[in-house]
Design a protein around this ligand. Structure first.
Ligand SMILES: NC(=O)c1ccc[n+]([C@@H]2O[C@H](COP(=O)([O-])OP(=O)(O)OC[C@H]3O[C@@H](n4cnc5c(N)ncnc54)[C@H](OP(=O)(O)O)[C@@H]3O)[C@@H](O)[C@H]2O)c1
Length: 366
């Protein structure tokens, strides 16, 4: 007889969702894993003991059906257009299904006037989730994940170059696994976490130079950080096959990062506070990810030195589109006078003083 509540995990094939599924299964919970399609990743989840539900997170019928006989959930809104639409579909279904609690993955930056529509939509979702009459919410607000710095894996491994639009900005990037462990832990025993917000980080603030140096140690070769302009980064990300929507947003987060937003109030001790184990050092994350590049991105491979040079040539020949014009063409709401989080004194004060409730709330965040 089932005694533990059933838990739904969305984005279950993704960076954090797969970890949440694994942790919850190990803790003896029945888990329903919401995936977009059957593939090797869903087969691995099924093999581990999860029930697979294939559906579309933007389709209320799918999301509601996935919640039948479910009591708790981890919701990972996909990083894509219409994030708020998906988050609201999930909230309506959760309320209708009378879930006890949802752990909601959000971001480090949310506030009302951010240049990034995804960040503003996270902020709207964070606030609206609090209105649910019968469902409790626990917020999880990480900054740039550690894997982001390793997306140029072939250049790192074969050319000793970590390239990115990071400037000299510090971040204490958390591993996918630590974020997932925090989400799973609050769902295993939610009582003390209801209504709270956690900002999981790595153990210390690091510059991109220091991260590159750690990657070098993990690989046993010299790796240097090479700063890229947004234009060069756009060319590289397009040549690598990333969608323009994600690239346009990384450009916003690059500006946010360079303005010091990811180091505001970082590092935190939330990984240890919630899971009882300290956050993983960046170098250990790098070692694990280099051994299994699928943890960085599901289709990423280390490739060869020749492939890394061929990629450089392809990147140079790729035309960089005007990201501002691209965003204007999408028709989603763009603000006339946006402000980055670091330009919003309320956000900065809340971040530095670790007033976590404010960071996910509507109060003073305008
Ligand atoms: N990356 C960062 O540095 C960072 C920092 C702070 C916050 N965040 C937030 O983290 C979230 C992403 O988390 P993550 O990296 O764990 O996710 P992820 O690895 O991108 O996984 C998302 C999963 O959702 C699935 N999916 C996408 N659209 C779907 C749909 N319409 N229906 C069903 N499934 C769908 C994807 O399936 P496929 O794989 O099959 O496409 C993917 O497996 C975003 O909300 C983002 O804003 C990210």
């Amino acid at each position: 007889m089932q005694t533990k509540p059933r838990i739904l995990v969305t984005g279950a094939a993704g960076h954090t969702g797969a970890v949440v599924v694994d942790d919850l299964l190990k803790a003896g919970f029945p888990v329903r894993a919401f995936v977009r399609q059957h593939d090797t990743r869903s087969a691995a989840l099924e093999q581990a003991g999860a029930e697979i539900f294939v559906g579309d997170l933007f389709d209320f019928r799918d999301v509601r059906a996935a919640m039948n006989d479910v009591q708790r959930a981890y919701h990972c809104p996909p990083f894509a257009m219409n994030l708020l639409h998906g988050a609201m579909v999930f909230a309506l279904a959760a309320e209708d299904a009378k879930l006890e609690v949802v752990a909601l993955l959000s971001q480090w930056l949310p506030h009302a006037s951010d240049p990034s529509v995804v960040t503003r939509e996270h902020w709207l979702a964070n606030n609206i989730y609090r209105w649910m009459p019968s469902v409790d919410v626990i917020h999880i607000n990480p900054g740039w994940f550690a894997f982001v710095y390793m997306l140029g894996l072939p250049s790192i491994v074969h050319l000793g170059m970590m390239v990115g639009p990071f400037g000299n900005a510090q971040n204490a990037p958390p591993s996918n696994e630590d974020i997932g462990h925090v989400a799973a832990a609050v769902l295993v025993d939610p009582a003390d976490h209801l209504g709270k917000s956690y900002r999981p980080t790595g153990p210390k603030l690091m510059t991109p130079d220091e991260m590159a140096s750690d990657m070098g140690k993990a690989l046993g070769r010299k790796v240097k950080y090479q700063d890229a302009s947004v234009k060069m980064f756009t060319k590289a990300a397009l040549a690598q096959g990333f969608p323009l929507f994600e690239i346009a947003h990384v450009a916003h987060y690059s500006a946010a990062s360079k303005s010091g937003a990811f180091s505001s109030g970082a590092p935190t001790d939330h990984v240890e506070q919630v899971t009882g184990k300290p956050a993983e050092p960046f170098i250990d994350t790098a070692r694990r990810y280099f051994a299994n590049p699928k943890l960085i991105y599901h289709s990423l491979e280390t490739g060869t030195k020749l492939g890394a040079f061929a990629f450089l040539a392809r990147m140079l020949m790729t035309r960089a589109p005007d990201l501002g014009a691209y965003e204007r063409s999408l028709g989603y709401p763009l603000l006339k006078n946006p402000k980055m989080a670091s330009e919003n004194p309320d956000w900065v004060a809340a971040a530095q003083n670790q007033q976590l409730h404010l960071l996910s709330g509507v109060e003073n965040m305008r």
